[in-house]
Design a protein around this ligand. Structure first.
Ligand code: SAM
Ligand code: SF4
Ligand code: SF4
Length: 377
């Protein structure tokens, strides 16, 4: 694994300017150096996956010789829950489990149940969600819902079986993912979102079939620009299909109207299908565009990421993580961990997507950048 770990040092806060609060935030909420609150914690619970999507875990790198982490290196469910409790006390209201493929982690329902018992300072249950490739969802949707999972996001890159099998590179059929999505809907893990990474020349011909399939189905489809995340996928700008192009293709077939963001820090730009009444028809639903390449949204990025071995990352494009596992296993008490997390977040100034165009190609870690499968999406 190519990440570096920064030792925890408390003097990081010393030289910081006072944060400029833009919106009122509850006492105890952490603001970073650009006045962004910490709201969303993405927890990667495994570095393993049963797919080999070329943009994430290309087969030639993630092969039989790849050194995955041993089980003892992974945070236990108790360690994850302890950290999550401290984050929730500091204003995190959304917990997203990811990976690798999170449904491969044995006993994930137990972890979900532990997280579902947490409460925000004002007594609410945090929103608990999961990003999955959907391959095991058919089997697990009901148990996950029963354990307290609120929602699920399923990744699906096309409806054409040949295109999809090529993209997951393990010959996995579309039909099984679609069955997983239906199982999630039937279990009440709503609203189900479907994420489609668009690669120009590979699956951009799937934009319209995907939109047709999910329009009016209760599923929100989101198109994600292929990102230069990690160091193994051989990313090239000419394989990015800008969201504006995807939107134009959709508009050639469907009438759409822009919708406002549903929450601060929302990653997707939302467009609603226009119905017979001339306005957005909620029964037809909406689509979203996540444009981290062509339209930076760092300004209100409120997301932190925890790797399966307990490193805290402040940006998807970071090359360095802060070793919280060392604190957990070194006997630190809650107050010490809370102080460390606070200092780390308050010093955060990351805004890679905003700077991308002006950075040299090897910036933000370059070949040392962590993989998406390590810190999750
Ligand atoms: N295995 C699960 C899945 O595929 O949903 C969860 C982990 S995966 C790393 C999380 C999300 O990251 C997925 O929606 C995936 O499509 C997206 N992703 C991975 N690599 C990407 C890339 N290079 N550009 C854009 N999205 C990417
Ligand atoms: Fe696995 Fe998800 Fe990465 Fe695809 S995107 S290889 S399913 S972790
Ligand atoms: Fe957040 Fe980093 Fe993405 Fe900007 S580039 S939106 S700071 S994760």
């Amino acid at each position: 694994m190519a990440e570096r770990v920064i030792p925890l040092v408390d003097h990081r806060t010393a030289a910081l300017p006072l944060p400029r609060a833009q919106t009122p935030v509850a006492a105890g909420t952490l603001l970073d150096a650009r006045a962004r609150p910490l709201r969303d914690l993405r927890i990667s619970i495994t570095d393993r996956c049963n797919f080999r999507c070329g943009y994430c875990m290309p087969k030639d790198v993630f092969d039989g010789n790849y050194a995955y982490l041993p089980h003892a290196a992974l945070l236990s469910f108790e360690e994850i829950t302890r950290l999550a409790r401290l984050f929730v006390a500091r204003g995190v209201s959304k917990l997203r489990l990811t990976g690798g493929e999170p449904l491969l982690r044995k006993g994930i329902e137990t972890l979900v149940a532990q997280l579902a018992a947490l409460r925000t300072p004002d007594g609410r249950k945090p929103d608990i969600t999961l990003t999955t490739n959907g391959s095991l969802l058919m089997r697990k949707a009901r148990a996950l819902k029963a354990a307290g999972l609120d929602r699920v996001t399923v990744s699906l890159d096309g409806l054409d079986d040949a295109v999809f099998r090529r993209m997951n590179d393990v010959d996995f059929p579309v039909a099984d993912v679609l069955a997983g999505i239906e199982a999630a809907q039937a279990a009440g893990l709503a609203p189900v979102k479907v994420n489609m990474v668009v690669k120009r020349g590979t699956n951009d011909d799937q934009i319209l079939p995907m939109a047709r399939r999910f329009r009016g189905s209760g599923v929100t489809l989101r198109f994600i620009e292929y990102m230069d995340v990690g160091a193994t996928n051989g990313w090239r700008m000419d394989e990015v299909l800008p969201s504006a192009d995807a939107l134009r293709r959709l508009q050639a077939e469907h009438a759409l109207t822009p919708l406002s963001a549903s929450a601060p820090g929302e990653t997707a730009e939302r467009w609603g299908y226009i119905g017979a009444g001339g306005g957005h028809d909620p029964a037809l639903g909406e689509v979203g565009f996540i444009s981290s390449v062509t339209q930076a949204f760092c300004g209100d990025c409120n997301r932190a990421r925890l790797s399966m071995d307990g490193k805290l990352f402040l940006c998807l494009f970071a090359s360095q993580g802060y070793d919280l596992r060392a604190l957990l296993r070194g006997g630190a008490d809650d107050a010490q961990i809370d102080a460390a997390v606070s200092a780390i977040w308050q010093a955060r100034a990351n805004r890679y997507s905003e700077l991308r165009a002006s950075l040299p190609p090897d910036a933000a870690g370059g070949s040392r950048r962590v993989e998406m499968s390590y810190i999750g999406g």
